[in-house]
Design a binder for this molecule. Structure first.
Ligand code: ADP
Ligand code: MG
Length: 695
């Protein structure tokens, strides 16, 4: 249960005075629905009101605070014209300009003949000095209440800056003095303030420098968030190991030898190194929790197979779980001949296997008459019982997340050793935040047998040229993917809709173009992919569903529209779909100009390298983690106070800190441990704490 000290922070924003349903919704869009979300919504800028010129010298465009006398009101003659209030000091006159004004209200605020302090942005219009919609209008005796420096927060349309700022100010008053969860010497050495002070300081910048992510206050907050993340992951790891004790698994090498002999290639150095790491892990009595990271096509499947064979050699069983039906079938087809060569019994189990065939598979798994089972998450449904499962390989492809692995865990029957494969090369820092519960093996270097892909950037004005080029290539037998960002008929944006594009290409190319998108039903999409694979259609127009998809070695052209809207990692994955066969491959990245400098730099990286790890590191550097893997679906934790592009050093420190804490106090029972529980709840890493109690 959440500690009582945090209750006020987890109250809904609507409980704050002055926040009705409308503002609540808008605030939810920029920050969240609870006070804690407001408290973690740090300022992105500041307004300095200390510029106090005379009216005559007030510079256009600047925020100024002016002392004036109110002369008279000039109501607008039509609703479309502004209401004006004329003022002056002894140097010049100033017009306050209001659109959609309430006359009564303004007359009260700015009575003719009174003195007022006004603060807002100056506009010079011809020879007039104006201030449209002053931010503050105060009587001279209230001048002290004018904030000379104000934090600026990220807004959304229709959300008044003042409402948000006020809500945040009120929320900040509710921040309690927390028990200190940082180690005192560490905190002192870093010169960091206590949590509550750090929050207050971060919300009260006095200069631009205070907005830096590297101030002591911001570093402390970032560290807190990273510490919660790392602590939770290590606790989950400990929990996974406690729930199911590992056992040493050691193969004889006999089956492996046969499978390797049947391979038409030799293993790369990276593959051998990964296998050695896996072998060493499996041989240990503790449970293996290992991540195998490598680009699409880097040869993870073979590594997984050899690990599974080791389990089979030891007399046990292994399972390989893929995220989709298509991939499960693809894995099965790849592995079957090798399994046969090694004399290993392999079967497929997905949601589509039903009836007597499924029953027979289940019977054989239970009786130990099957050695390896390949499938989707159906592998871990209630009625699937293995005789002796020693290793599960989970192919996550491009999805991530500790939550998925936990839900697997909760299905009950999890094997001793777990090997997770991911096809998105992610920077080390990100891997640590998403997979900190696992050890990592990387398959680096170019995927085996890949030809370099000729990558070009083209402006959307040249779409006609692209189509003409494509027409020629298709006529001489080439196959091409054409990727559009998304299909959303309700979206009123200029995204090229895949459906429309397919229709256009149908017309122009004189070849039927296939279509595959996320809104299609599974079988329909499979059919489109199959038609492309066997050459019935030579162009496949798709949304990014093909990322997690097919292997068609004959495809040599990849066209991506609106390339500027994709994450680099995504573009890299897409490009990885070509360059797999004998032919020379091309990747055409079509962008809608004008490109920002960063966008151009990002796209250029793709032209310069095909190493997924390099691309991922560069993308992190240029864009930050938030955008790296496309929005939220990636499963990479989103940090609110930490910025991994800047705080990587803190992440490493948090990792070490968390490890030490758990070594000394695995149940978080010491005073610091108790404080760390509060931290975990504050950053909503509750699932980890729940395990503490359950365990
Ligand atoms: P991943 O699962 O990492 O996406 P795969 O295991 O499917 O990649 O391998 C991609 C392709 O490379 C497959 O056709 C596979 O047979 C081939 N391959 C794997 N290892 C090697 C190697 N050492 N040398 C040459 N080709 C290889
Ligand atoms: Mg082991």
């Amino acid at each position: 249960m959440r500690p009582a000290i945090l209750y006020p922070l987890f109250a809904e924003t609507r409980t704050l005075p002055g926040i009705g349903p409308k503002i609540e919704k808008l605030i939810a869009r920029v920050a969240g629905t609870r006070l804690v979300d407001l408290v973690f919504d740090l300022p992105v800028g500041l307004i300095d009101r200390s510029y106090r010129p005379k009216v005559i010298e007030a510079e256009s465009g600047r925020i100024a605070t002016l002392a004036v006398n109110v002369l008279d009101h000039l109501p607008s003659r039509t609703p479309r014209l502004p209401y004006k209030v004329r003022c002056s000091d002894n140097t010049a006159s100033l017009e306050l300009v209001f659109f959609h004004a309430y006359e009564d209200h303004l007359k009260k605020q700015l009575p003719a003949g009174s003195k007022r302090i006004v603060s807002g942005r100056i506009e010079r219009y011809r020879d007039k000095v104006q201030m449209p919609h002053p931010d503050y209008i105060l009587a001279p005796e209230d001048a002290a209440s004018l904030p000379l420096i104000e934090p600026v927060y990220g807004l959304t349309e229709n959300l008044p800056a003042k409402s948000l700022a006020k809500a945040i100010r009120t929320a900040l008053e509710k921040v309690p003095d927390m028990p200190e969860w940082l180690e005192p010497n560490f905190r002192r050495a870093r010169g960091w303030p206590a949590f509550a002070e750090a929050i207050a300081t971060a919300h009260a910048p006095k200069s631009e420098a205070d907005l830096s992510a590297l101030t002591p206050a911001r570093q402390r907050l970032a560290y807190d968030e990273l510490l919660a993340n790392q602590l939770a992951l290590l606790m989950i790891r400990a929990r996974m190991r406690a729930v199911k004790k590992g056992r040493p698994v050691k193969g004889t090498g006999a089956l492996r030898k046969k499978a390797i002999a049947a391979l038409p290639f030799t293993l790369t150095k990276a593959q051998q190194a990964a296998i050695a790491e896996i072998d060493a892990d499996m041989a240990k009595p503790a449970r293996m929790l290992r991540l195998l990271q490598g680009d699409v096509g880097s040869g993870k499947t073979i590594v997984a197979l050899l690990a599974m064979l080791s389990a089979v050699e030891s007399g046990a069983q292994a399972a390989l779980m893929a995220p989709t039906e298509i991939l499960a079938r693809q894995h099965f087809a790849t592995l079957l001949p090798l399994a046969e060569a090694a004399g290993v019994r392999l079967a497929l189990l997905t949601g589509r296997e039903r009836g007597p065939a499924r029953d027979e598979t289940l019977r054989r798994v239970k009786a130990g008459e099957l050695d390896i089972l390949v499938g989707t998450h159906a592998l871990f449904s209630e009625d699937v019982a293995f005789r002796d499962l020693a290793l599960a390989v989970v192919d996550e492809q491009h999805r991530f997340g500790v939550h998925q692995r936990l839900s697997l865990q909760n299905k009950g029957e999890l094997p001793a050793d777990v090997l997770v494969m991911t096809a998105t090369p992610i920077p080390r820092t990100l891997a640590l935040t998403a997979y900190g519960d696992m050890d990592v093996s990387r398959l680096t270097g170019r995927p085996p047998g890949r030809k370099p892909v000729d990558t070009r950037l083209l402006s959307a004005d040249r779409l006609d040229e692209v189509v003409a080029h494509l027409k020629k290539a298709i006529a001489s037998g080439a196959r091409a993917y054409w990727v559009c960002p998304l299909v959303e008929e309700s979206e009123k944006s200029d995204l090229a809709a895949a459906e429309e594009r397919a229709a256009m290409l149908n017309r122009v190319l004189g070849w039927k173009a296939g279509l595959a998108h996320g809104r299609m039903k599974g079988p329909e999409r499979d059919a489109a992919m199959a038609a492309f694979r066997n050459g019935e259609t030579r162009v496949l127009v798709a949304t990014t569903v093909i990322e997690v998809g097919v292997d068609v070695p004959e495809a040599t052209i990849m066209v991506v529209e609106h390339a500027e809207r994709f994450g680099l990692a995504q573009l890299h994955q897409l490009r990885g779909r070509v360059g797999r066969g004998a032919g020379k491959s091309t990747c055409l990245l079509i962008y809608q100009g004008p490109l920002t400098e960063t966008a151009r730099a990002r796209l250029k990286i793709l032209r310069e390298t095909e190493d997924g790890f390099v691309i991922a590191e560069e993308d992190l550097r240029l864009r930050g983690p938030g955008e790296l893997l496309g929005k939220r679906q990636s499963g990479i934790p989103e940090f609110r106070l930490a910025d991994l592009a800047v705080h990587a050093e803190l992440l490493a420190a948090a990792r070490d800190d968390a490890r030490l804490v758990l070594e000394r106090d695995p149940d978080l029972k010491s005073p610091r441990g108790e404080a760390l529980r509060v931290l975990l709840y504050l950053f909503e890493r509750d699932e980890a704490v729940r395990y503490l109690r359950a365990g």
